[in-house]
Ligand binder design. Structure first.
Ligand SMILES: [Zn+2]
Ligand SMILES: [Zn+2]
Length: 240
């Protein structure tokens, strides 16, 4: 046993955040009880029920993203869901190991979908300032989990340095006005010119924890498509 982990567990015992069973942050029993989305809607108009969250026929012509697959719910009957609580522990209590559990949530909904498996996976980048503050990019941990686990026997490449944030944008969750969120995301990302040959003609999963209006994912998809990507699907835990 890892001595450091053993000592940490003695000093800061770990309990399942749902049932308080000792030893894990979230136990298998509680994982089985998580509620997954069984119905996906078009990520743009949100009106039409579509398989896998793929963009509907009417929205296709004005948008670059091919779809957003949403695993679960942020709220149910106004109450925060267990997935929302896990995200909170992950991001704001800085418990990066919960990323493995949330990665499993994404994995499960991807495997239940009929989406094509991606050739590459790209996490939505954090601005370096936020990365320093949190200590890890929450989307990158999810992306790496998927890269290692989606296809047994080989891993799908994860590229964290293809997309870059151009400027410091306010976290979308902190902006109440929808229009301002869209403006906040515009031109916030660019392609790393040294890396963009990697995306040409590729089917890409773009991974983030939460999509608010979706404008961050739409903007990343636009940049990736301009760089020659064939298909870009967003994959997120929940939409707010
Ligand atoms: Zn539990
Ligand atoms: Zn639509």
């Amino acid at each position: 046993m890892d001595i450091k982990k053993f000592i940490l567990d003695m000093v800061f015992p770990i309990y399942c955040i749902s049932c308080h069973q000792e030893g894990v942050w979230f136990c298998d029993k509680c994982f089985q009880k998580l509620i997954f989305k069984t119905e996906q809607t078009c990520p743009i108009c949100k009106k039409i029920i579509v398989p896998n969250g793929e963009i509907c026929f009417d929205c296709k012509y004005q948008n670059n993203i091919d779809g957003i697959l949403v695993s679960s719910f942020y709220r149910k009957k106004k109450e925060k869901t267990m997935v929302a609580k896990l995200i909170h522990y992950y991001k704001y209590r800085f418990i990066s190991s919960i990323g493995q559990i949330l990665g499993k949530v994404l994995e499960k909904s991807i495997l239940n979908s009929t989406l094509p498996l991606p050739e590459i996976i790209i996490p939505v980048p954090l601005h370096p300032r936020r990365l320093r503050w949190r200590g890890f990019n929450q989307s990158a941990i999810l992306a790496h989990y998927l890269g290692e686990n989606l296809t047994p026997g080989f891993s799908i490449p994860v590229y964290s340095d293809i997309l870059a944030r151009n400027r410091y944008t306010q976290p979308q969750m902190e902006i109440k006005d929808k229009q301002k969120r869209v403006i906040n995301a515009q031109n916030a990302f660019s392609l790393n010119p040294k890396e963009n040959s990697k995306i040409k003609g590729k089917t890409i999963f773009l991974v983030d924890d939460i999509a608010t209006t979706g404008s961050t994912l739409f903007e990343c998809a636009r940049v990736l498509k301009e760089g020659g990507a064939k298909k870009v699907y967003g994959v997120v835990l929940a939409r707010q």
